[in-house]
Design a protein around this ligand. Structure first.
Ligand code: SF4
Length: 435
């Protein structure tokens, strides 16, 4: 049998085939379909239109609905979207609906999925959100799809896909304490560009990747879509399996896949992480890369720590290390991705102080778990850029208007760089704040 990559093996198995090659068009069986408050109503509309007003989803246990985007707002249209999800979950008796205003409410879907045990190695996870690729960190095929495809999946549990070729990115060496996964992925996107991986799988490998914790591996996979990637993936190791087995409450079995040693890569690049530097993506594109040293001193109005790529406990631990015992010079917003992470802010400690205490003492504001200002949202959204201002952010996109005002300028950076910059009010190298 021809050698295959991890992505090819997962797709072949889900198509009932012994092997597939890049470019093959195949029907695959879906393990999990996730939707949220922005795309859920449209997906439900497509499903009802094509399968009938009384149709039932193909498998209740495989549908996960996580309202997360426009939650803490008075906006009537945003609230109506959640009402539509609520009515659908009730009508279909869906067991995996994480409703707003209940004990089950989670926050950002891409972090909620693994926390709630919906990510398993070797599976196919589709979601109506481009950052669904985050779950590739668990060794599965995870990708974003549109409402039309998602409506079809709701009715059939299947999707027609083209097998992507795989690009391989190998990270070796010891990661310096001033770098994080965000620096690595911004370096990659800067190297290959916003279309450098269009409809390709991006597999990450190397000792520096396996030295990262699960949350940092999620950050790597989260941003493959910013290079056009179809999916990002990291083969599971014991750390992955321990995380998954702790969370996989249903006990659903899974099959770990790995790339064959002689698998064919369409591209390969090797990095020595010890030689990399802190990176930002300047306005208005994630591939508009600059070293922090090149833009050091750029004046800022705001700092933002949050989102699926930068609102995890690892991100907050890193930021709190720099903010401990100091005061921010600009408005600084902290948004935990999920309710579990929000609890962690109250329990995780540095030198006897909780992360929450460190942030509040430094003068930062802490919001409710959700996407918040990452996608702008209604004007009353926490942290939204409602004026033409300059912001440094741990989020993943900086297109015009992404975080609110169309003339706002957003710099993407690691939590360390964002925290260091919050302390000075201008773009600052984390190494300077560590002295
Ligand atoms: S946090 Fe931002 S990037 Fe992540 S799902 Fe929400 S809006 Fe999208």
């Amino acid at each position: 049998m021809a050698a295959m990559t991890l992505t090819e093996k997962i797709l072949a198995r889900h198509a009932g085939k012994a092997s597939v090659r890049p470019g093959d068009n195949i029907w695959i069986d879906v393990d999990i379909l996730m939707t949220h408050d922005v795309c859920g109503p449209g997906t439900i509309g497509v499903f009802k239109q094509h399968f009938g007003a009384d149709a039932k989803v193909w498998d209740r246990d495989k549908v996960v609905i996580i309202p997360d985007h426009y939650i803490f707002t008075a906006d009537a249209m945003a609230n109506r979207n959640v009402d539509i999800l609520r009515a659908f979950a009730k009508e279909q008796a869906l067991p995996h609906f994480y409703d707003v205003g209940t004990e089950r409410y989670k926050g950002v879907c891409h972090i909620a999925l693994p926390e709630e045990g919906h990510t398993r190695p070797g599976e196919v996870l589709l979601g109506t959100d481009s950052h669904t690729c985050t779950a590739g960190a668990f060794g599965e095929f995870a990708t974003g799809i549109g409402n039309t495809d998602a409506g079809f999946v709701l009715g059939t549990g299947k999707l027609w896909v083209k097998v992507p070729p795989t690009m391989r990115f190998v990270f070796h060496g010891e990661l310096p304490p001033y770098l994080m996964a965000k620096d690595l992925i911004l370096a990659v996107i800067g190297d290959i560009g916003c279309d450098g991986a269009t409809y390709r799988a991006m597999e990450f490998d190397g000792d520096a990747v396996y030295a990262l914790n699960i949350e940092e591996r999620m950050t790597l996979c989260n941003m493959v879509i910013e290079a056009g990637g179809k999916n990002g993936v990291i083969a599971p190791d014991q750390l992955t399996l321990d995380y998954v087995n702790t969370r996989n409450r249903s006990g659903k079995p899974y099959q770990v896949e790995r790339s064959d040693a002689d698998a064919r890569w369409i591209f390969e690049k090797v990095y020595d992480v010890s030689k990399l530097q802190p990176v930002v993506a300047k306005p208005h594109s994630p591939d508009n890369r600059a070293y922090v040293s090149e833009v050091k001193g750029t004046k800022l109005d705001r700092a933002y720590l949050g989102s699926c790529t930068g609102g995890k406990l690892t991100d907050f631990r890193a930021a709190a290390r720099l903010l401990y015992g100091r005061s921010v010079k600009i408005d600084t917003f902290v948004v935990p991705a999920t309710s579990e992470i929000a609890k962690g802010l109250k329990t995780e400690k540095i030198n006897g102080k909780t992360l929450e205490e460190v942030f509040l003492a430094a003068g930062a504001k802490i919001g409710e778990p959700s996407c918040a200002a990452c996608l702008g949202g209604p004007s009353d959204t926490f942290g939204r850029l409602n004026a033409p201002m300059s912001c440094i952010s741990t989020t993943n996109r900086n297109f015009p208007g992404r975080m609110g005002h169309k003339q706002a300028e957003v710099y993407l950076a690691s939590p360390l760089t964002v925290a260091a910059s919050a302390l000075t009010g201008n773009i600052t190298d984390p190494r300077d704040a560590m002295q």
